[in-house]
Design a protein around this ligand. Structure first.
Ligand code: ADP
Ligand code: MG
Ligand code: ZN
Length: 472
């Protein structure tokens, strides 16, 4: 009989605010240690916290984007524990009354339910050297949201896909920059096994995983480890584990604490957080269309394939670029192809950010119009595009400068075609004797004669007509 894996994720996302959750210190990453600190985040006696309105706004935006119920009243509590990176001796978090409850995220064909979204502050950072440990408190007090899922995931790949989706939504809403290397986004994976249909088994919790690949590997390792224990008749202990990427395994860190160990109680320095419905509604207006909504729209309105829609919406900047291009070109299908194949290729090849890219949606849209109106051919368009990416010049300027405009004048094409047939009598004979593959050669000669500028469709048509027409 097989085991079924049951997985729930707790995702921590740093909110994109300029200042910390309860003081005015900057949240910027990478500053010299202990330079962004003040009496509040250093926990000097008597210093009082003041809640950052922007952090609450971003948390609400994320709650709306994941269909959570935004609670009109939520409460900040003290989570008490000792650790050298926590100057106050407690972390301010939302425990019994989080800001968001319920909600869900679509993940492929399945729905992952969210238990809650709550606001909390981050701790500082310890750096261990051979003979001493140092603490940097710049990060202490920076705002986070924790997004807790129900144990709805069933495999490592489901979990990685869900984490990817969540990151996309965080970045679309502007709640978080999604930078996993800098620790803006990390997750704890809770994993247990059970016989299908049986009640939940005992879980282990793998802490602070900061990449999709590590998450999948950590979960796979846990599934194997727990399977081996259960198969040999053992019991899983509820514990907290760490994933070691170098060894590809998880190791026990401590036995799992229970929530009562933390002696949570409402923080007497902070008021109940009351949120007016009108504020929630005005924040709702700032939530952009999300990937899954855009994917549905691209497929329905633009007849774009599911795979292409997925690629175009992976990044909000690209999706916005595509939509603006499609509007300018009045041809969404073609805009989709150009963005997907050419724009992404150039950005990737040059390791360029979209913000630094010289081609704007207006320029690409006009290039597509030039193609659609027959002013330039497909091959010339590629050349214009490359030049546009290089120089940032307007498409019309490049067409003019390089003499790339297409010839669609039937008389000019016919004259050139007659010349080509006259010069290649042997090939014409072969074609007429049934060797129809020679057709491509003759069209090629015509294109060459017209220095690649002939309208390709017309060139084909004219050559065919002349070859099929009764001999003069
Ligand atoms: P804690 O902070 O103690 O880990 P939370 O309620 O914040 O508790 O998070 C618990 C997480 O563990 C949730 O994502 C939940 O879905 C998941 N979880 C709970 N029980 C199990 C289980 N038996 N197997 C797998 N995941 C579980
Ligand atoms: Mg946990
Ligand atoms: Zn401070």
């Amino acid at each position: 009989m097989t085991w079924e894996a049951v997985i729930g994720l707790e995702v921590h996302a740093r909110l994109l605010t300029e200042s910390k959750l309860f003081c005015g210190c900057a949240t910027s990453f990478g500053a010299a240690p202990n330079t962004h600190v003040c009496p509040v985040c250093l926990a000097y006696p008597g210093a009082l916290p003041v809640l950052n309105r922007r952090a609450v706004e971003l948390a609400i935006r994320m709650a709306i984007a994941t269909d959570c119920e935004v609670q009109p009243r939520s409460v900040f509590a003290r989570k008490n524990y000792f650790y050298p990176d926590l100057p106050k001796g407690y972390q301010i978090s939302q425990f019994e009354r989080p800001i968001g409850t319920g909600g869900h995220v679509e993940n492929g064909g399945m729905t992952v339910r969210l238990t809650r979204i709550h606001i909390e502050e981050d701790a500082g950072k310890l750096m261990h050297e051979s003979d001493r440990s140092l603490v940097d408190l710049n990060r202490a007090g920076t705002p986070l949201i924790e997004i807790v899922s129900e144990p709805d995931l069933r495999s490592a790949s489901d979990a990685a896909a869900y984490f990817t989706r969540l990151r996309q939504i965080l970045m679309y809403t502007g709640a978080c920059d999604g930078n996993m290397e800098e620790g803006s986004l990390r997750c704890d994976a809770n994993v247990s096994l059970r016989r299908p249909g049986a009640p939940l088994g005992t879980r282990s919790e793998v802490k602070n995983v900061n990449s999709f690949r590590y998450l999948a590997r950590a979960i796979e390792f846990e599934i194997e480890r727990q399977t081996a224990i259960l198969e040999s008749g053992g019991k899983i202990v509820q514990e907290t584990r760490l994933f070691d990427p170098a060894a590809g395994e998880t190791r026990s860190m401590r036995t799992k604490e229970e929530s009562h160990d933390y002696r949570y109680f409402p923080d007497p320095d902070l008021l109940t957080l009351e949120i007016e419905q009108s504020w929630i509604e005005s924040i709702r207006g700032t939530v952009p269309l999300l990937p899954r909504q855009r994917i549905a729209r691209y497929q329905q309105d633009y007849a774009i394939s599911a795979g292409d829609a997925e690629v175009l919406t992976a990044d909000r900047g690209i999706a916005d670029f595509f939509e603006a291009t499609a509007a300018e070109a009045a041809n969404a299908k073609s805009a989709a192809n150009w963005v997907r194949n050419e724009v992404l290729r150039v950005l990737n090849d040059r390791k360029t950010e979209l913000a630094d890219y010289r081609v704007t949606p207006a320029m690409l849209g006009r290039l597509i119009r030039l193609i659609d109106s027959g002013a330039i051919g497909g091959k010339a368009a590629k050349e214009v595009f490359d030049e546009m990416s290089e120089s940032g010049d307007q498409p019309e300027t490049i067409v003019e400068k390089k003499g790339l405009s297409q010839v669609s004048d039937p008389a000019a094409i016919r004259d050139a075609a007659l010349l080509v047939l006259e010069r290649n009598p042997a090939q014409v004979e072969q074609y007429r004797a049934g060797k129809i593959q020679i057709f491509g050669f003759l069209v090629g000669q015509l294109m060459k004669e017209m220095r690649g500028r002939a309208n390709a469709e017309m060139a084909n048509q004219v050559i065919r007509e002349l070859l099929e027409s009764p001999r003069a």
